[in-house]
Ligand binder design. Structure first.
Ligand code: AHG
Ligand code: MN
Ligand code: MN
Length: 394
């Protein structure tokens, strides 16, 4: 910073004095970032402020800065939710590091074996689970976790956490079957205010409708790594800049088109789909200029990646009932509800074919549900097909 100012104010004594003042101010800025101002004489004040903005506050806003700035959206907030989101961001960076090394498993040792250092190599979904549990347990803002990887909830019973306000439901690694073939995977999380009064969380804290979510998001470990989240005031996306190790705001206020050109469904299960879905797929494939059909079929097999793409470009994601998954495959609490919250916040819709996902009352921790989500017009049309051609989910 001094060099920047120094090279700009060449030679004059007066200017040297001003550089001295700016140096003192720079020290103050470090101590208190609000103290930037008013002591400077007008010329150098403008100069300093312009340079400061250009070099230090330019276009980059980190996740941490954004979270703190947005805390003012919640006048009575004491920063707990902000810290919780920060903890999730930290765990995501650690998981990202390991996901990026996944292809080296052959060299470093297969999951379940020992690596060249003689350490046990963990499967990445187990590793991701441990990282998120560790980050949330030491962070002090979460009193319990429900994870796809754990049959029961994980109550957190540390002096800092036991009376924390929030619980977190998480799919630590979504699309994990894609890891071995270098295809995008993700993490999905959902945050609720606890309903129990104090102590470690109970299962009841997780049995809340999606409409009660305080925040939700996902991390996509893709061609670049992104964290996308909502606290109910729009959806914002942050891309990890590996050179500085920070998530930076790259997709402010994301909104999904009301219609798109993509349908995403595992068509291999076609013969077992409900009639409404079969008919809807045929509709997607028909020619019609006014609705830009036929649509393209795109299916990665990582819900995070499929939904992320559709959120940006417009489209519909469907995981209906099938013979092997008579209640659908995806889990209500840590896959569908958080995705539904994000999609709705971006202007889309999420249903089980008939009902709004976020209004479903959970009965079991690992409950499954059919999932129809994405661009509002497309989801509405798919649901109309269900109502016309299917009874319940069959
Ligand atoms: P997970 O890896 O957490 O078990 O989730 C996988 C889910 C979801 O991400 C994906 O869309 C779907 O399963 C793929 O299922 P199919 O292989 O049956 O299409
Ligand atoms: Mn999953
Ligand atoms: Mn998973």
């Amino acid at each position: 910073m001094f060099d920047v100012f120094g090279s700009c104010f060449a030679n004059s004594d007066r200017i040297h004095k001003e550089i001295g003042i700016i140096r003192q101010i720079a020290v103050k800025i470090r101590q208190n970032s609000r103290f930037i101002t008013l002591v400077l004489c007008p010329t150098s004040a403008i100069f300093a402020s312009t340079l400061f903005q250009k070099h230090f506050m330019s276009k980059v806003q980190t996740l941490g800065q954004f979270i703190i700035e947005k805390q003012t959206d919640f006048p009575y907030a004491k920063g707990e939710l902000s810290r919780l989101l920060r903890d999730i961001g930290i765990a995501a960076k650690i998981v990202n590091r390991e996901v990026n090394k996944a292809g080296l498993a052959d060299i470093l040792g297969e999951a379940g074996e020992t690596n060249v250092q003689g350490e046990a190599v963990k499967k990445l979904d187990v590793f991701a689970n441990e990282q998120f549990i560790a980050a949330l347990s030491v962070g002090g803002e979460c009193c319990g976790i429900a994870s796809e990887e754990n049959e029961e909830i994980i109550p957190i019973d540390t002096p800092q956490s036991r009376n924390a306000k929030y619980v977190v439901a998480i799919d630590p690694l979504d699309g994990s079957s894609n890891i071995d073939v270098n295809v995008s995977v993700g993490t999905i999380f959902s945050i609720y205010r606890r309903v129990s009064l104090s102590g470690p969380a109970t299962e009841e804290d997780f049995m809340q409708r999606g409409t009660e979510q305080v925040a939700a998001g996902y991390v996509i470990y893709g061609s670049s790594t992104m964290m996308v989240y909502t606290t109910g005031k729009g959806v914002n996306g942050f891309t990890l800049d590996p050179s500085i190790g920070e998530f930076c705001l790259s997709h402010p206020l994301m909104s999904t088109p009301s219609s798109g050109k993509t349908y995403s469904i595992n068509e291999g299960n076609y013969v077992h789909f409900p009639d409404g879905v079969k008919k809807y797929i045929k509709y997607c494939q028909e020619e019609d200029k006014s609705t830009k059909r036929p649509y393209s079929s795109r299916y990665i097999g990582s819900a995070v990646a499929d939904i992320h793409r559709n959120l940006i470009t417009g489209g519909i994601y469907i995981y209906p009932t099938t013979a092997s998954s008579p209640n659908g495959k995806l889990r209500l609490i840590y896959e569908c509800n958080p995705m539904a919250f994000l999609i709705e916040q971006a202007g889309g819709k999420a249903t089980d074919g008939f009902r709004r996902i976020m209004e479903i009352e959970p009965k079991k921790l690992h409950q499954r549900t059919p999932f129809y989500a994405g661009s509002a017009d497309m989801v509405e049309t798919a649901c109309e097909f269900m109502t016309r051609f299917s009874t319940a989910h069959r």
